[in-house]
Design a binder for this molecule. Structure first.
Ligand code: DUC
Ligand code: ZN
Ligand code: ZN
Length: 472
């Protein structure tokens, strides 16, 4: 067989196996695996190097319309460039419905933002913020049928949050139409009450963001989200879980046989609340995200959950706002009370290197579990598997060849459009040496060689995750 490309002598890792093989690629897909494959028009020798599926980042925000003056620094062009240079070959950002807007209009607008921009493939989750009868009965079922098979709902943020009755209504649509519901679980009223108290006491520096969103508000909302899902009898996925008390709720649900999936993110492994500041300086605004990073003890509990099956997916929650920018962390050019600081940190490009280096090479996680969390499970959870998220015959040739070498994270060397990384100066032991998207090299370890518009929109199928195992 004649191949367009053969990757020779790869140490291939999937979610279940690690084996030595050549990888034969034709028409952007993997067509043969085995030793001593015939020649290809192009050949890459991967001798001694690990090859994993390209990452699937199933939770990132790109060019999401915001209430002014906030504006995301990354759109589809810079966001997917950055993704590719960090080994991620599929991104799933959010087509967000504004209150009063039709869901269909939100999707059309988001397509126009992505059109001609993306370097790697992308799908959309929906954000449902206004579940009118028309949305519930017409728009949402129709969009699910067209390949938008997952949506996020929020229990906090005034412009997005749903009350419990609305949550039940949208979860019921997920159940009837086989969609995956992602839930942002924080108690909005508790946050508002705490924020007002902090403001009355003059405690408005960035670090107080974490005081306004203690673990209790996440724990309560996680339990409530689980109860609502139980009432409707639908699987749900709790996003960006930050620590112990929320995990305890999820373990409780699993122990009761409920299909509750969970996601966590690098900020809950590598940052703590101290990164929001130990004094009243404004620098900590960089690390403001919700839920906030917790403490070292919670980081360990997150590592445990990644290993023991509690977590299903590991995403970046890339939410890109510049620090020194009136459209970013300094609204209108000013240092403002934490309530007004846009939430979110960048992380598309650093997600895989952080987990590969500190998890796999740090001896905290198997290579196969790394693949499962960062590629295979997200592809399954959102209906993209087996086209994405694995190395198998027929799958897209989205691949990462790893370079095990010392790397110091420097924002100047990243490819997003954000003016900082929360991981500046961190020393890692590996970085993607090659990223291939549908058989095309888009990153060679030094140079980016994508092309805006080469990334394709992916309509998603039915989520294909097995129900969570009892007791996990
Ligand atoms: N929290 C979110 O829910 N989304 C974007 C960023 C953040 O911090
Ligand atoms: Zn969220
Ligand atoms: Zn998010």
């Amino acid at each position: 067989m004649a191949f367009d490309l053969v990757i020779r002598n790869a140490r291939v890792a999937t979610a279940s196996d690690t084996f030595d093989s050549d990888i034969g690629i034709q028409g952007g897909r993997i067509v043969q695996l085995g030793a001593g494959l015939d020649g290809g028009a192009q050949e890459i020798d991967a001798a001694g190097r690990v090859v994993t599926p390209g990452g699937v980042d199933a939770h990132c925000h790109l060019d999401q319309p915001m209430e002014g003056p906030a504006k995301m620094a990354d759109g589809f062009e810079s966001g997917t460039r950055s993704a590719a240079c960090g080994g991620t070959t599929t991104v799933i950002p959010f087509a967000a419905q504004a209150k009063g807007q039709s869901l269909r209009a939100a999707v059309e607008d988001y397509h126009s933002r992505a059109e001609g921009q993306a370097h790697v493939d992308y799908a959309f989750h929906l954000i449902v913020s206004d579940p009118t009868a028309h949305v519930l009965e017409q728009e949402l079922p129709a969009l699910i049928g067209e390949g938008y098979t997952s949506f996020k709902v929020y229990m906090t943020y005034d412009d997005l949050k749903l009350d419990d009755g609305q949550m039940l209504d949208v979860l019921d649509v997920a159940r009837r139409h086989g969609a995956m519901a992602m839930i942002h679980a924080e108690n909005a009223d508790c946050i508002e009450w705490l924020t007002k108290r902090l403001e009355a006491a003059g405690r408005t520096a960035p670090r107080f963001h974490a005081h306004a969103r203690p673990m209790l508000v996440e724990r309560e909302a996680t339990h409530r989200a689980i109860s609502l899902a139980q009432l409707v009898d639908v699987p749900v996925l709790i996003v960006h879980v930050s620590g112990k008390e929320a995990i305890e709720q999820i373990r409780w649900a699993r122990g009761h046989g409920l299909s509750v999936f969970a996601e966590t993110c690098p900020q809950y492994l590598f940052l703590t609340a101290e990164d929001l500041g130990i004094d009243d300086s404004y620098h900590g605004a960089r690390c403001i995200c919700s839920p906030p990073p917790r403490d070292k003890a919670n980081q360990e509990i997150i590592w445990d959950g990644l290993n023991d099956g509690l977590f299903t997916v590991f995403s970046s929650d890339h939410a890109p706002f510049n620090y020194d920018d009136p459209a970013g962390k300094k609204p209108g050019g000013k240092e403002v009370p934490f309530r007004h600081i846009p939430n979110g940190i960048p992380g598309l490009e650093t997600r895989l290197p952080l987990l590969y280096s500190e998890g796999v090479l740090g001896g905290r996680m198997t290579l196969n579990r790394f693949v499962e969390l960062t590629a295979t499970n997200p592809a399954k959870a959102y209906g993209l598997h087996p086209r994405k998220g694995t190395i198998a015959i027929g799958s897209d040739a989205d691949l990462v060849v790893w370079d095990e070498r010392d790397v110091t994270i420097r924002n100047a060397q990243l490819h997003h459009a954000v003016d900082y990384t929360p991981y500046e100066g961190m020393r890692l032991k590996a970085w993607p040496g090659l990223t291939l998207s549908r058989g095309e090299v888009v990153w060679d370890g030094k140079n980016f060689s994508g092309r805006a518009g080469r990334g394709r929109f992916l309509a998603c199928g039915t989520p294909s995750l097995m129900p969570a195992r009892r007791g996990e």
